[in-house]
Write a new protein. Structure first.
Length: 138
């Protein structure tokens, strides 16, 4: 399952509901991403109007900013409903929870089974996933 957090109007309660939904539907693998609006989208335009996004970038922006902040006016302010510190805390909590969920042996085996075709075509993917698995055991 693929889940998203950090839409500008999302509340902490809604973010926790995302975590509860993941636990309720029990996907074989759960991925969590943080919302990043891109130019040309309605949410990007809303971000410009709200003062979160920048409309014009310089070449220097691409060399001096992390890619996840290219379009952010103030990387410390991502969301309307909470402070940046609150956002960082809830982001860490959700990512840790998703990571723990994915570490279950049954889920790891299901993921390997789902990727078996890839492993036959690209054996290096199997080795990469095995290294990740070993890192999870630490």
């Amino acid at each position: 399952g693929y889940f998203l957090m950090g839409v500008p109007t999302e509340t902490m309660h809604e973010m926790l509901q995302t975590l509860n939904l993941m636990r309720h539907i029990k996907p074989d693998f759960a991925s969590l991403s943080v919302f990043v609006p891109y130019p040309g989208t309605e949410l990007y335009d809303r971000g410009i109007a709200a003062g979160y996004m920048i409309d014009a970038r310089t070449l220097d922006d691409y060399y001096s900013k992390s890619p996840k902040y290219y379009f952010m006016k103030h990387p410390d302010k991502r969301i309307d409903t909470m402070t940046d510190e609150e956002f960082r805390q809830i982001e860490k909590h959700l990512k840790t929870s998703f990571h723990k969920y994915n570490r279950g042996t049954a889920r790891i085996l299901k993921r390997a089974e789902a990727r078996s075709i890839l492993y036959r075509k690209e054996p290096t993917a199997l080795f990469g996933d095995f290294r990740k698995f070993l890192a999870w055991l630490r």
